[in-house]
Design a protein around this ligand. Structure first.
Ligand SMILES: [Zn+2]
Length: 117
């Protein structure tokens, strides 16, 4: 027996796709997508609760205030870093009448690393 969830987008069953059609004859319905939570490719992720990106973002948009209230952010967070700039020889190509010409120049590489605390 497999474990499953129903897609949590409250409007999942209003999206017109063949995969949602259930029933027979004149008793057909569009049904919320059933998600098998035993599959391995994305086990223990948000995809245990939403059948696709559209349903995830519809849910987030509809319940944005409630989602934000789960963990309010009232001030920015900061991560101490070190910024190191190093010069290195690079080149660019310049168009000429006979094709391209390799032109050297000194480039700058910026490396950001986390400060050891
Ligand atoms: Zn869905």
């Amino acid at each position: 027996m497999s474990n499953y969830n129903w897609c949590h987008n409250p409007d999942c069953h209003k999206i017109e796709t063949q995969s949602r059609v259930r029933g027979s004859g004149d008793n057909k319905v569009l049904r919320t997508i059933k998600i098998n939570t035993d599959r391995q490719w994305n086990k223990d992720t948000i995809w245990d609760y939403f059948c696709n990106n559209n349903c995830l973002f519809s849910f987030l948009n509809k319940f944005r205030q409630e989602v934000a209230n789960i963990r309010p952010v009232n001030k920015p967070s900061e991560t101490p870093i070190q910024v190191e700039k190093t010069k290195y020889e690079s080149h660019r190509y310049k168009w000429t009448d006979s094709g391209t010409e390799r032109v050297p120049y000194q480039a700058t590489r910026t490396t950001i690393s986390l400060k050891n605390s």
